[in-house]
Ligand binder design. Sequence first.
Ligand code: GDP
Ligand code: IMO
Ligand code: MG
Length: 429
Amino acid sequence: MEYRTAAIIGSQWGDEGKGKVIDYLASCADVVVRAQGGNNAGHTVVIGGKKYALHLIPSGALHPGAVNVIGNGVVVDPAGFFEEMETLESDGVDCSNLFVSDRAHLVFPWHRAIDELSEGRAGSGGIGTTRRGIGPCYTDKAARVGLRVCDMLDAAAFREKMSARLDAANEIIERIYGAEPLDKVSILDLYAGYAERMVPLIADTGAIVYDAVTAGKAVLFEGAQGTMLDLDLGTYPYVTSSHPGSGGFIIGAGIGPRMIGEIVGIVKAYTTRVGAGPMVTELTDATGDAIREAGHEYGTTTGRPRRCGWFDGVVVRYSARINGTTGLALMLLDVLSGFDELKLCRDYAHKGETLQGFPARLDVLGACTPLYDTLPGWKSDITRCRDFGALPEAARRYVEAVEEITGVPVKIVSVGPDREQTIIREEVF
Ligand code: GDP
Ligand code: IMO
Ligand code: MG
């Protein structure tokens, strides 16, 4: 059976515009599912000039008809979660159609504290995490000592389990980092309150997704972060602690691999990265600054300036291979308006040779130089274009160059942050 499903996957280092694409496609989705990451994500949706920032709540929330699911692979910080829900509700967004997996792991204040302390100690040698406690929470999950959302269903046992985990975390906080231990009573009370609020939302979300997919409903899987931040396949150790690639949806939503139909790679028309780690096409000059200013490239979650550079075809080709990408959405094309010429990286050179594939070794990656194709730019404003033919010829040639370098068709072109500023070349869903 052909399923009506699509996975929306960040195909660079995150912040590609996943929120916008999810929101756009969610108008015809029955269910929108997050499957990994946590509130390290920051997904922006702009509707009629009004901006919404989503971190844990799926970007389908802005469509009243869609059921929103936080799957088992997500790590849920109840503080961030309820705050986000309140903010959205005060903006008139109805968050009642939302379910949280009983198997999802919980982020606690000690995870945030340890993230903060370990990054603080590492200084400039750190990963540059979002300090949301994501890595420490996934560490506890892998060590099989984490607490899950279903633990909230038994108040007394939840309190006991939290107490034991807090004692263990305080040992690390005090002995390893020499920092002040966290206060037990206030945290246990706070989380007891969160548990009461969470109970009505807790569900076996894998079953919800399975039932929807097999009933022929339209289901969107919303990626967070990006493929190059994948724990296994990204630029380790400068990665996040989950699997933003297509494989992550299978485990993180609890579904079979054949249930994912279309795999849409979201890419910026250039490259950005926030946090440390190699980035071959990074521009540390005035051109990089010009891209940052034109694209308002400052983090949705942390406000940090993003590192900017030319489009990296090696990264997107590698992402497409890993994810099985069936089409690309090329975002923020309007940001490139006004440049005399534009560069796209076709290959990496390493010690005088053209490199094959994408290197695992960071010393090799760090020593690579980009081999660029140079294309003419365009000067006109493209933010009002609504079909491909309306774009200036140089912009069309740029899109076609992306397709040729990556080997993947560009099915969506985005020319502005607003829901309306979207060109559909081929339906993906
Ligand atoms: P996400 O994490 O992948 O959802 O992306 P972010 O929301 O963190 O960052 C993407 C930014 O680009 C947001 O500020 C969006 O509003 C904005 N954006 C998305 N598409 C476009 C576009 O085509 N043009 C412009 N100018 N901005 C866009
Ligand atoms: P969205 O979903 C961009 C980066 C951090 C850091 C690394 C590890 O908005 O695309 P973490 O806090 O996850 O342990 O940090 O990953 N990072 C992101 N970069 N977009 C994101 O999410 C990111 N989530 C994490 O900057 O380099
Ligand atoms: Mg983001």
